[in-house]
Design a protein around this ligand. Structure first.
Ligand SMILES: Cc1cc2nc3c(=O)[nH]c(=O)nc-3n(C[C@H](O)[C@H](O)[C@H](O)COP(=O)(O)OP(=O)(O)OC[C@H]3O[C@@H](n4cnc5c(N)ncnc54)[C@H](O)[C@@H]3O)c2cc1C
Length: 329
């Protein structure tokens, strides 16, 4: 179902061409037009032999209810909305936790009013209305563009005989700093998708990565694995298949210990489910590590234990210092 592509981010123009290339109704901007001269694509006023055009701004509860009930023998319908489907908001919360699938709460506009896909004078535009000229009975619109921030949105205008403004309301933030940047508004399907943690994200969040196979790293990995094998498997069985421990070491595990102890540690760690990786970390990002061979290791918890050096305080002390340990290493 092509409308599902738009659930994540409303962006792609509907499969049917939104700009009817009929010479009588269309005048459009060409890219060779000088920047100062702006002409628009769009729909011109209806002629007396055409059905009156009802332009509906928005595809929410109000807009869709109207679109559904309108008599398409009398009117042509043009819907302008950045969303090509209606969201059944009372069930949106259930999709966040997986009780319902996202597609169960979204209905494509073409299914609510089939005339939009079948009648020659009815259209859906994936666009935002930016202003209304009530004097000339025209709405100014900007097409929604996805992933093309540098591209100016395509501007066009649509003449209307009747106009329905059903563009909904804005979430209240009371001007509190940071709400827009850090909070999710539960109003659209893509908000619910952001809230619902994907399988991949679950694995990442429960991936504990330890860097450094010295005594600290080995002991911690072992303890963590014991905790997972015993407590997590017993008490939190629903996440047991997602939680993993990886120990990354550039050389050898417990390199300063003797061979027998090293082999024993490797055997015990492997037995308790620790994934041992021989690799060198070259970059640490907020949710993943990059190894020197460019492979990526996503993580939720990162513990760093790659050895120690002198503290800034000791380094800055104007006292004679031994250097033999450097050669020894
Ligand atoms: C999670 C949740 C649960 C809810 N549960 C209930 C409930 O149980 N019972 C109840 O009565 N109400 C409930 N509501 C409230 C109900 O959804 C709203 O009252 C209703 O959606 C309002 O309808 P509307 O058509 O005015 O706006 P909306 O449904 O918000 O629709 C607005 C439409 O306009 C479009 N639009 C926005 N700007 C523009 C623009 N510039 N140009 C063109 N189009 C534009 C939007 O994309 C959208 O399609 C719930 C709301 C939410 C978020």
């Amino acid at each position: 179902m092509s409308f599902l592509r738009n659930l994540l981010k409303p962006s792609i123009l509907k499969s049917r061409t939104p700009f009817p290339f009929s010479s009588s109704t269309l005048y459009y901007k060409t890219y060779s037009t000088p920047a100062s001269v702006t002409t628009y694509a769009g729909l011109e006023p209806t002629r007396p032999d055409e059905k009156p055009r009802v332009v509906v701004l928005g595809s929410g509860w109000a807009g869709c209810r109207l679109i559904k009930e309108i008599d398409t023998k009398i009117y042509d319908i043009v819907c302008v909305s950045p969303r090509n489907h209606m969201v059944f908001t009372p069930l949106l919360a259930s999709t966040c936790v997986g009780t319902l699938e996202f597609r169960s709460v979204a209905e494509p506009i073409g299914r609510i009013q089939p005339a939009i896909s079948t009648e020659p004078g009815s259209y859906y535009f994936l666009a935002n209305c930016s202003s209304v000229d009530t004097k000339d009975h025209v709405v100014h619109c900007e097409a929604v563009t996805e992933g093309a921030q540098s591209m100016d949105p395509w501007k066009f205008k649509i003449a209307y005989d009747k106009l329905i403004v059903a563009s909904g309301a804005e979430a209240s933030t009371f001007g509190i700093n940071g709400v827009h940047e850090h909070a999710i508004f539960l109003r659209e399907v893509h908000h619910a998708q952001e809230i619902r943690v994907s399988e991949e994200e679950k694995r990442r969040l429960l991936h504990c990565v330890v860097v450094g196979g010295g005594p600290t790293g080995v002991e911690f990995s072992g303890e963590l694995s014991d905790f997972i094998m015993k407590d997590v498997h017993q008490r939190y069985a629903h996440v047991k298949d997602y939680i993993h421990v990886t120990l990354i070491e550039a050389n050898e595990i417990l390199s300063s210990f003797d061979d027998r102890l090293r082999h024993y540690a490797v055997k015990q760690l492997t037995k308790s489910g620790v994934h041992l990786v021989h690799g060198m970390v070259k970059d640490v990002q907020p949710d993943k590590l990059i190894l020197s061979d460019d492979s990526e290791v996503p993580y939720g918890l990162l513990v760093w234990s790659t050895g120690v050096g002198p503290s800034p305080f000791v380094k800055n002390l104007e006292l004679p210092k031994v250097t033999w340990w450097k050669d020894w290493h």
